[in-house]
Design a binder for this molecule. Structure first.
Ligand code: SPV
Ligand code: MG
Length: 457
């Protein structure tokens, strides 16, 4: 039987008995919810569903939400408590994907009730799929006129206005790692770059695309302070900079800890970062004067003895107070001209010493050394997160890195590299024309900058 699609306005009476989809004599209406920020639109859908049958809510799991949207503010258990207590909700069941096929087949609802925005937005293919499934038992999809003004972005803004605590931000990276196969991280070096990473998002067919978190880069932190990337900017100075980023963002931040310094100093760094809600530090296994990895072997790059670096990881792990803070070991073997074999040996030793993740770095444009490392590491280690920084081998897309076994992709310097040429262009334009009129088109309008940061209402 083909499913009929009815608009709410056409419905007059609730179906009761003797129709396909009855279970134990009851008619079920199925509603899919995120259930994070409850608004009148949700209640309207539940209400419309309850006019047609007993309401089963398919509550999207954290994993399901993250496949198309921002992470929920509340985790599944808390959302479940709230939804269970809404009037007319008969049952709440976990829904593992946006269609909820397993639940639909299990409960065979007579009605699937949804806001009619999914007729034309990126959910339309999921709607088609749902219609096909429920038609197997004569079920219907009912599109309820969408409650205007309740858009996803309004909900996201509301969510951001809840703010963040250091503890919650700190744990959010581990939460993401559990629920998302690939995490996308962007470099930040100022409050404004933090705001761009916080708010930039685009809608694609498979849902919302956005940055999951931020990278505090030693290269861009140093460069923006007019210093070379040689560990010359101390932790206190970098923390001051980070404070302005943490002030106006909510996403997790990974800190580039360079070599971690002396072991006796690193333990204090761990405490400082953790206290400020930083989720992870990445330290690299180099000794001596640290030079940026992208110089490769054109400068002296000396690797730390394996035992020494393991001791540093171990000391850091002992120093942290929470279970959530992550210490990620960065392998510089390939950067220093050594083999993938050498990098693998170190990677396993660092994991043994307590590292919560591995970052493998290379400046080779082919990416084949990185692919080999990831593939071979995954042969024996399925779970330790792998971090990649594809600055030079950026011909690959995120999906390909995921297939290699990577979990975190860091775009390590792009915000600063983008802003510098733009600023130089404007500076030169003003010098050339001896006025700023010609530079207007290269700058954001004054009206836009005045309202970019909203005042508290
Ligand atoms: C940084 O961003 O400072 C890094 C990554 O450490 S790289 O510059 O590629 O070495
Ligand atoms: Mg660095």
């Amino acid at each position: 039987m083909r499913a009929t699609i009815r608009n709410v306005n056409n419905i007059s009476a609730s179906p009761i008995a003797d129709i396909a989809g009855n279970i134990m004599g009851d008619t079920f209406s199925y509603v899919t919810l995120v259930g994070d920020v409850i608004h009148p639109g949700n209640l309207n859908i539940i209400n419309e569903a309850s006019k047609r049958g007993k309401v089963i809510v398919g509550l999207l799991t954290d994993k399901a939400i993250l496949s198309r949207q921002h992470p929920p503010f509340l985790d599944y258990d808390k959302r479940e408590i709230i939804i269970k207590n809404i009037k007319n909700v008969e049952m709440v069941v976990p829904q593992e994907d946006w269609c909820g096929e397993d639940n639909l087949r299990k409960y065979k609802p007579r009605y699937v009730v949804h806001g009619d925005d999914w007729v034309s937005n990126s959910m339309s293919t999921i709607r088609e799929e749902t219609i096909k499934i429920v038609s197997e038992w004569g079920g219907e999809v009912v599109d309820i006129p969408y409650t205007r003004g309740i858009t996803g972005s309004v909900i996201n803004t509301a969510r951001r206005e809840f703010g963040i605590t250091p503890e919650r931000r700190l744990s959010s990276l581990r939460r993401l790692l559990e629920a998302k196969p690939l995490i996308r991280i962007m470099e930040v070096h100022s409050g404004i770059s933090g705001l761009i990473v916080e708010h930039t998002e685009i809608e694609k067919d498979d849902g919302l695309h956005y940055f999951d978190g931020m990278w505090s880069s030693s290269l861009t932190d140093s460069t923006s302070k007019g210093k070379p990337d040689i560990e010359a900017v101390d932790l206190t100075t970098r923390m001051q900079n980070l404070t302005s980023i943490l002030e106006c963002t909510t996403k997790p931040l990974i800190y580039d800890g360079d070599t971690g310094g002396k072991m006796e100093h690193f333990v204090f760094t761990v405490r400082t970062l953790e206290r400020n809600g930083i989720s992870a530090v990445i330290i690299e296994d180099k000794v001596g004067l640290k030079r940026n990895s992208l110089f490769g072997t054109s400068v002296e790059q000396n690797l730390a003895p394996i035992d020494e670096f393991c001791d540093k990881i171990h000391a850091g792990k002992n120093a942290q107070l929470t279970k959530d803070f992550m210490i990620i070991a960065r392998l510089e073997s390939i950067i220093a001209g050594h083999s993938v074999d050498e990098a693998l040996e170190r990677a396993h030793a660092y994991v043994g010493a307590g590292a919560d993740g591995i970052m493998i770095h290379s400046k080779d444009k082919s990416g084949m050394d990185i692919k080999e490392f990831c593939t071979r590491f995954r042969e024996t280690n399925k779970s330790t997160p792998i971090v990649l920084v594809p600055t030079t081998y950026n011909q690959f897309k995120e999906k390909e890195f995921q297939e290699w076994g990577a979990n975190i992709i860091i775009y390590a310097n792009h915000m600063l590299r983008a802003s510098y040429p733009a600023m130089v262009k404007v500076a030169e334009c003003i010098l050339e024309n001896e006025r700023s009129l010609e530079a207007d088109d290269m700058c954001m309008p004054i009206k836009q900058i005045l309202t970019l940061i909203p005042e508290f209402k």
